[in-house]
Design a protein. Sequence first.
Length: 249
Amino acid sequence: MQSPGSITNAVPDPDKAIRLQRDVQRQMMENASARSLQQSQIGAGGLLVNGGGSITVTGGGSITLPTGTLSAGNVTATSAVTAGGAITGASVAVTGAATAATVTSTGDVNAAGTLNGPAGVNSLGAYSNLLTSGYRALWVTTTGSTGAFGYVPSSRRFKQEEKPATVDLSAALAIQVVTFRYTQAVEELGDEAQVEWGVIAEDLHALGFTWLVDYDEDEQPFGVKKEALIFAFIPVIQDHEARLTKGGL
């Protein structure tokens, strides 16, 4: 019989060591599962990614929700994003070819950041959404090739270095209004292509009205800032009024 103060050389229990190892592994798996659940939640209401996470589908895949909502920090697909409900996220990007890249939703598509698609933004509902009050013109930026939509303010609060402008009256009177058909419209519709009224960008450039012309990346005349054409003719009207008031022509 051993005395109370004696030391006993205990034999290690191999089963206990195995159990401890398994407990550690189980705890690690539970922690990893908890972190995964915190980042990604799937339920009947939709697919939710928390913590600024993202959903990425590559290889021509798509994200399809017949019902419910898609809510995420970022949604990226090479083919299509389709939902029967709403699509909500910081950004929704479709990177596939223009003919295949689509974002479709019977509900709302909301983004706190940007909604990008190489095919552009189309809305057939715009034709039936009649605006009779409180409307503004919508423009698209050419700076940085972002294609961002926005509103152009005209209040003095947003301007500086304001000074009277001068217009070459003879050049303004030389602006020629023409009728024409767009080449693409003729190719698509033939004789049914609509006859348009307008001015030619190259003509305005030649007359010195460069501030009325949009130029492409090669600095060639591309479009006309039609909304600003009125500013070229206000001085003409004022000059004629002043001469009529003085009794001269």
